[in-house]
Design a protein around this ligand. Structure first.
Ligand code: GLN
Length: 401
């Protein structure tokens, strides 16, 4: 029988989210020839050791599929790294899965552990991928706000979010977009609630080595958490290779089995020669991470100072490479309009705050800038940003401190 109404042919799971605003801002920036402080990818070189290792691997014809869950050399390097840095046991045979970036790690994990209708707790604001991730899995997200001025959660509010329906909590530390590095006492409470409600902590630790204050504590190292934590990280930010798409998951064997099956049928595996190169990179160890953090501190201070000078109200991040700023004093009343105006008239792209919230109005007064750029480019952005206060009258004091 002929249908009266044309079908869209799109599954309903594609309806609950939009295209990535972060990547949209990159495209808009290209149209206006602006400086891209929107999407978090470095514009500087990856370490020579890592690039040389990739070239060697291709020359040695490591050009076919790696083992689906990761080349043995990389899984061994990951296992050694977690032991040395955090005292974590990560058996390369049963607990590690190498993925196409942390992005695939997150969706493969959620597809493996979440049934439609399960509740997943998300701290808000959150990295924009987590919303679509939840939608694709049919999860019911439960948002818990990070409160101003410190972007901490209210313990009672977090407790109220947990119930028998809670399957998992997504935690991101160091945090994108707020720059928070969660403290031991905050993580202790999350861990306590996960144990009490038999929930899984899915933790995105992609910025673990980009830190200015505080200690990075993988929640998997807290008592009773190794068996209920999925730890996600990757090479993108640590080795400035966001286009390589090499990430990984450390999870207890009972979860790894399911995660590996999803990963296998979604991507088969991550790029084989690049896995070899990342294994070499992990061998550089603590001195490399220290240098990385030191260089990012200089970039953070440069952009932070420029934003204050330009009349924004930024919050100084303790980790990751983003600065979230209040823009209410510029009087636009709309973060998307402000971000579009900024790239068009001033030539600097940022990400509208609403893309980090479940309801757009919650991010209306915010914009996020990244500082994973050379000092030269950040200085040029600083020069451009000075024009903002000339172009729009500044009023009030803004919200953030
Ligand atoms: N994580 C980066 C950001 O928040 C890059 C996002 C992406 O495009 N994958 O900007």
């Amino acid at each position: 029988m002929r249908r009266e109404v044309a079908r869209t042919h799109l599954a309903s799971r594609t309806v609950g989210f939009t295209e990535s605003v972060i990547r949209e801002m990159t495209r808009l920036n290209a149209v206006h020839g602006g400086i891209n402080l929107a999407q978090g990818f470095p514009n500087f070189a990856a370490p020579a050791e890592v690039k040389e290792a990739a070239k060697r691997a291709i020359d040695a014809d490591i050009n076919q599929y790696a083992i689906t869950w990761g080349s043995p050399s990389l899984r061994q390097a990951i296992s050694r790294t977690y032991r040395e840095l955090y005292g974590m046991d990560a058996d390369p045979e049963t607990m590690i899965t190498v993925t196409c970036g942390a992005t695939e790690a997150m969706i493969s994990t959620l597809l493996a552990i979440v049934d439609p209708g399960d509740e997943v707790i998300v701290l808000e604001p959150f990295y924009e991928n987590y919303g679509p991730d939840a939608a694709i899995c049919g999860a019911a997200p439960v948002y818990v706000p990070l409160r101003q001025p410190d972007n901490t959660f209210d313990p009672a509010e977090l407790r109220r979010a947990f119930s028998a329906r809670t399957k998992a909590i997504i935690l991101n530390t160091p945090n994108n977009p707020t720059g928070r590095v969660f403290t031991r006492s905050e993580l202790d409470l999350v861990a306590e609630l996960c144990r009490e409600f038999d929930a899984i902590a899915v933790t995105d630790e992609i910025y673990e080595h980009i830190r200015y204050e505080g200690e990075h504590i993988p929640i998997a190292t807290l008592p009773g958490m190794a068996e209920r934590t999925v730890t996600i990280s990757g090479a993108s930010k640590t080795f400035s290779v966001t286009g390589w798409r090499v990430g990984w998951i450390v999870a207890p064997p009972r979860l790894t089995g399911g995660i590996r099956k999803v990963h296998d049928f979604v991507t088969v595996g991550a790029p084989a020669p690049l896995q070899e190169a990342v294994a070499v990179g992990l061998g550089m160890g603590a001195p490399y991470y220290g240098k990385l953090g030191g260089e990012y501190r200089v970039r953070r201070d440069l952009l932070y100072g420029a934003l204050v000078e330009a009349g924004f109200s930024p919050r100084r991040p303790d980790g990751a490479y983003y600065i979230l700023c209040d823009i209410s004093r510029f009087g636009f009343g709309d973060d998307v309009a402000f971000a579009h105006w900024l790239v068009r008239e001033v030539g600097v792209a940022g990400v509208p705050g609403s893309s980090f919230y479940s309801r757009p109005e919650l991010g209306r007064d915010l914009i996020r800038f990244t500082f994973c750029k050379t000092e030269d480019l950040l200085r040029e952005a600083a020069d451009r940003l000075r024009r903002v206060a000339e172009l729009v009258p500044v009023s009030g004091t803004g919200r953030a401190s």
